[in-house]
Design a protein around this ligand. Structure first.
Ligand code: DAT
Ligand code: MG
Length: 149
């Protein structure tokens, strides 16, 4: 069973969208394996988006990600990475289809409210960054996930 890393970004948290976003993952058939509300520091934001560090918008991206609490989650299920990306929609909300999270809840690329890992390797790296090096299966909340199958 595959796992992916999903994060409600600060504007999503501020706007009260943790619940609606969780609902979509549950309705789709994902199982929640770990969840934490936290404020991330600049170092963690920079590590999370290290592949984008040469982009002109990198500083603003780090400002945005550290502007308030985020909700970090691990969701698991069949093809979790690809299914989560499909649920989230295209990076730019202008291009994201209605019915996707970004298509329905966001207006601008600099405030696209949610993150989802882009590959299994990224998911493993991001889960490690946010939930520590131990496998999420050793996380207490994963008892719930294993009961659900
Ligand atoms: P995604 O979040 O869909 O995986 P990404 O990894 O290419 O997209 O970029 C990470 C985040 O960086 C994205 O969610 C929003 C921000 N971003 C990407 N391109 C941008 C741009 N041209 N201007 C401003 N922010 C951008
Ligand atoms: Mg990405």
């Amino acid at each position: 069973m595959e796992q992916t890393f999903v994060m409600v970004k600060p504007d999503g948290v501020r706007r009260g969208l943790i619940g609606p976003i969780i609902a979509r993952f549950e309705q789709k058939g994902f199982t929640l394996a770990a969840i934490e509300l936290l404020r991330i520091d600049r170092l963690l934001a920079e590590q999370h988006y290290s592949d984008l560090r040469t982009k002109p918008f990198f500083g603003e991206l780090v400002d945005y990600l550290t502007s308030g609490p985020v909700c970090a989650m691990v969701w698991q299920g069949e093809h979790a990475v690809e299914n989560a990306r499909a649920l989230i929609g295209k990076t730019n909300p202008v291009e994201a289809s209605t019915g996707t999270i970004r298509g329905d809840f966001a207006m601008d690329i600099a405030g696209n409210i949610v993150h989802g890992s882009d590959s299994a390797a990224s998911a493993a790296r991001e889960i490690g960054l946010f939930f520590g090096k131990q496998p999420v299966s050793s996380h207490p909340l994963d008892l719930y996930a294993s009961e659900q199958g």
